[in-house]
Design a protein around this ligand. Structure first.
Ligand SMILES: [Zn+2]
Length: 219
């Protein structure tokens, strides 16, 4: 990406802490298994008054279109099933995803059994990107949803670490398993609620910037 508006956007690639986290944390693999991926390059609008979701843009390396990140969002039901990357509805190519190391291993191992899926996936994409709602629905993440994320992540890390000990040749004593379960219950809760706090702060920003805009329009 050579020609982009450096005044308007900062670039996030693998060197950014959030992106590095995406690559390193094995728990992120669970997201990738359901097709929640992140592109290799993000443009983040420098104007800090809006929330992150509204400031995120995704450049297509094939046609150089700069897409709003809202194209791949929960509100459009396009946030998941993006296993191979983000479908560009301008040139119909696929914007390559950043890969988490663990999901890269699993996807790599599955590749020989997965010959036709990419074509089938590609053929199914254009229909998903018709009639998109490009107005951000600023909905906060509830405590219930935060708990769900926590248990999902903690549960995965528990299984992952138990397998890891087993591969190292540790005997899986009841004590070890209980300790591991407690550790990842706490770890999962910390992770889930830090993510929730971060996301909700961004969503609050969006709500506030909109109310500010509305007040200006009213006066
Ligand atoms: Zn494109």
């Amino acid at each position: 990406m050579k020609n982009y508006d450096k005044e308007k956007y900062k670039i996030w690639n693998w060197k950014h802490p959030m992106m590095l986290h995406w690559i390193i944390n094995p728990g992120v693999a669970v997201s990738e298994f359901v097709g929640v991926v992140t592109p290799k390059v993000l443009f983040i609008e420098k104007d800090n008054s809006k929330g992150l979701a509204e400031r995120t843009y995704i450049p297509c390396p094939h046609c150089d279109t700069i897409h709003s990140g809202l194209k791949w969002s929960k509100q459009n039901n396009t946030h998941n099933k993006n296993w191979y990357g983000y479908h560009c509805d301008n040139c119909q190519e696929t914007i390559p995803p950043l890969r988490n190391w663990f999901s890269a291993l699993v996807f790599g191992a599955l590749k020989p059994f997965n010959n036709n899926n990419r074509e089938r996936w590609k053929a199914a994409q254009p229909a998903r990107f018709e009639n998109l709602n490009m107005t951000f629905e600023a909905k906060k993440i509830t405590i219930k949803k935060g708990l769900k994320i926590s248990l999902f992540f903690g549960g995965f890390m528990f299984v992952f670490m138990t397998l890891y000990y087993w591969l190292l040749g540790e005997s899986l004593s009841t004590n070890l398993i209980i300790m591991n379960a407690v550790l990842w219950l706490i770890g999962g809760l910390c992770f889930g609620f830090i993510m929730r706090a971060f996301a909700n702060r961004q969503i609050e920003k969006s709500i506030k910037s909109r109310q500010g805009g509305k007040l200006e329009a009213d006066s």
